[in-house]
Design a protein. Structure first.
Length: 279
């Protein structure tokens, strides 16, 4: 009986110790999460650091070398509402997620489509934009190809921006085609114009804009969206406060119409075109 009582006492003691340790550990973990929230870091620093990559009309340089575009407006508005300054950190698209994880900036605001693969590495806010993918092709090289099956051939070459959703989409839709990848979307279109690739895939309105500017060389095999996409802010995992703040910011400015107004300005019209060199 003494042995049984001693055993019970030991078990209860160990259980209580484990529960106490668990509570302390959980408390410390929550405390660490809160102390490491990107929102607190931004407010203490007095500056929001945004990772982005140039991609017309999301973000681009005007003729004075200044950054303009839909993403630039969005990031500036976030900083304004937080009462802090803004710093843009231009980053190659293929390395933008590793740079976020490494702490090079606070958040990705760069027209990043939500995908399961990316979500394994970083967290996404609620969507703040919705876009589709389109295709532009070289008339001389591709006008004789049947749509869409004719593009799924080893003799066909696509160009796309490295690390971007169009590259994955091309591999999915036309797995036999060859793929040439570039660090800038404009280089992909230029590759098609130069006759080194049959076609390129990009977010709307880019395919239509390039075809409009180069009608003698380019055409759109279809005006239908190849796919629909949701764009969100990207933030590091383990930061519920940051995810909550940015998602609520998007909700507020979706409800009041600000995001729609800015999106329409950059995507539905060309009033901004004289500010940049679109060649």
């Amino acid at each position: 009986m003494r042995i049984v009582k001693s055993t019970i006492a030991l078990v209860l003691g160990a259980t209580l110790a484990f529960l106490t340790f668990g509570e302390v550990f959980a408390g410390e973990a929550q405390k660490q999460l809160t102390s490491e929230s990107v929102i607190e870091t931004i407010m203490k620093r007095g500056k929001l650091k945004v990772g982005m990559s140039t991609f017309v009309p999301w973000a681009m340089r005007n003729k004075k070398g200044e950054l303009i575009g839909f993403e630039i407006d969005v990031a500036k508005k976030v900083a304004e509402d937080m009462g802090v300054k803004i710093e843009f950190v231009p980053t190659a698209w293929s390395g933008i997620i590793p740079a976020l994880i490494a702490g090079k900036f606070d958040v990705i605001i760069g027209g990043m489509s939500v995908t399961p693969q990316r979500n394994l590495t970083i967290n996404f806010t609620a969507p703040y934009a919705h876009s589709g993918m389109g295709i532009a092709a070289n008339k001389k090289l591709a006008s004789g190809l049947a749509w869409p099956e004719g593009y799924n051939s080893r003799s066909v070459t696509f160009a796309c921006r490295r690390g971007a959703t169009p590259c994955s989409l091309i591999k999915e839709l036309w797995p036999k085609a060859r793929l040439r990848q570039f660090d800038d979307d404009s280089l992909s279109f230029q590759e098609v114009i130069n006759g080194n690739a049959h076609a390129t895939v990009s977010s709307h309105p880019n395919p239509a804009r390039w075809v409009y500017n180069h009608p003698e060389v380019l055409f759109m095999p279809t005006i239908e969206n190849l796919t629909e996409a949701n764009e969100s802010f990207g933030i590091r995992k383990g930061d519920p406060d940051g995810l909550n703040f940015f998602s609520n910011w998007i909700m507020v400015h979706t409800s009041n119409g600000w995001l729609k107004e800015r999106h329409n300005f950059w995507f539905k019209g060309m009033d901004w075109a004289d500010q940049v060199d679109l060649k």
